[in-house]
Design a protein. Structure first.
Length: 450
């Protein structure tokens, strides 16, 4: 192994899932959930977008992306994968379920964990166990500067690989494509690509964990392979791909070679007779060292993967917060910026509380005392031996309208005694406003009016 830092892996993976006899009910359940959410917006004449539609399948939350190629497409809340479902009675030449694994999932919980999670939890009751591969991108991240490369430096074995395009300045390469579907090479500056990507922080952390110098150049050597190309190697399923990926990558490095132009005559270069050119040492080095043992060992148990799907960040908070606000407005809840600010302060203050409900519960024992008439009263026996009767608390949301107004009058009289009493009054007032029992006005205006 040389000193040049490299990370070998599978940068993306697409596959089909063969459905079984239970799929039709699963598909209808998906449609029902989507239409129910749409209907909730439409009956209230509120505009909505696809990302406002959230559903749950086998307790896994999914966000609707829209329809394309006959499929209803969704992604999970962490952007770990995309999944599409189609009507089993339409376009029967295609499988009913399509999956695309995304880089965020591959580089956090591992490609095998993702596959197991999707196949054995999300789709556990509706698949046969046959998973045809449709596309795989095999790659090598390398701490190396390939900006000197030009399209003249590539030589390919087959004519269909000869299509070459490059992106960059007159002196420095950013991206070069060699070939076209169903098989092509992409060689590009990974750091340039990440400048506009939401994956930037994740990938920089990934590189740092693999001892990359984040100040130095990082390029990606990546082969994109589609189903028709993979079939020529008898690679039909996910398992076939994982078993043969190393040999497949090495074969690809021979099919498209990066050569040292200086080993050829000007006449050979001019007439594109470059097959005798010597392969650049760095190209041969990547080929010889490519292996996936460590990459495929990154795997979490399914129970941990399920928890990992709930990993939270500021982006998901923003989406969830906006969705929550929209839901409140759709259901005509009485919310405003003052109320949201109050909730923010409550949430912030709750982080400073030293005692939780759990710890408080450990300090007393629930006991029941039966009097001579057979009436039962509940008490709490404290650690110091004192017996106390717990307070009976009634939530204002559970009060009948008349009882709520009576309660509101009672707490209004006490609101100036303390901050706690003031909050109790404001909560009751907001509940009364929500029901239309009093005018929707501020607490100060309410005091003057009532």
């Amino acid at each position: 192994m040389t000193s040049t830092k490299k990370i070998f892996g599978i940068d993306s993976l697409y596959y089909f899932c063969e459905s079984n006899e239970n799929y039709d009910d699963y598909y209808i359940e998906m449609l029902d959930q989507v239409e129910e959410v749409k209907g909730n917006f439409e009956k209230k004449d509120i505009e909505f977008e696809n990302n406002d539609i959230h559903i749950n399948l086998n307790d896994i939350p999914l966000n609707f992306l829209g329809r394309a190629e006959g499929y209803h497409w969704f992604k999970d809340i962490n952007d770990y994968f995309k999944i599409g479902f189609k009507d089993k009675y339409k376009n029967r030449g295609l499988n009913d379920i399509r999956v695309q694994l995304l880089g965020i999932g591959i580089y956090t919980i591992g490609i095998k964990s993702l596959i197991d999670f999707i196949n054995n939890i999300l789709l556990k009751d509706v698949v046969t166990g046959y998973y045809p591969i449709t596309r795989a991108d095999l790659n090598c991240f390398i701490q190396y500067d390939f900006s000197f490369v030009t399209k003249e430096m590539f030589v390919s074995r087959k004519k269909q690989y000869s299509t070459i395009s490059e992106i960059g300045s007159s002196t420095q390469l950013q991206t070069i494509y060699v070939g076209k579907e169903p098989f092509k090479l992409r060689l590009y500056n990974k750091k340039e690509e990440l400048k506009k990507s939401r994956k930037k922080d994740l990938m920089y952390e990934y590189f740092a964990n693999n001892d990359f110098d984040l100040e130095a150049d990082i390029f990606n050597v990546e082969f994109e392979m589609h189903r028709s190309y993979l079939k020529t190697f008898s690679i039909l399923t996910i398992e076939d791909l994982l078993t043969n990926a190393v040999n497949l990558f090495k074969s690809s490095m021979d099919d498209i070679r990066l050569i040292d132009i200086t080993t050829l005559s000007e006449n050979a270069v001019e007439h594109n007779n470059k097959h005798r050119g010597e392969t650049l040492a760095i190209w041969e080095e990547i080929k010889q060292e490519y292996e996936l043992k460590d990459f495929l060992q990154i795997q979490l148990p399914l129970t941990k993967v399920k928890r990992a799907v709930s990993v939270y960040d500021d982006y998901k908070f923003k989406l969830e917060y906006i969705a929550l606000i929209r839901r409140a407005l759709v259901n005509r809840l009485n919310i405003n910026t003052d109320y949201l600010e109050e909730l923010y302060q409550e949430g912030k203050e709750s982080l400073n509380k030293t005692q939780t409900n759990t710890s408080m519960k450990k300090r007393y024992t629930e006991v029941e005392i039966i009097d001579k008439e057979g009436n039962i009263e509940k008490f709490r026996l404290l650690e110091d031996g004192n017996l106390i009767k717990p307070l009976s608390i009634e939530t204002v949301a559970n009060l009948q309208n008349y009882d709520l107004l009576t309660y509101l009058d009672k707490v209004r009289e006490k609101q100036n005694l303390s901050t706690k009493n003031k909050h109790i009054y404001e909560v009751a007032l907001k509940e009364a406003m929500k029901r239309g029992l009093v005018l929707d006005i501020s607490p100060h205006e309410a005091n003057e009016r009532y």
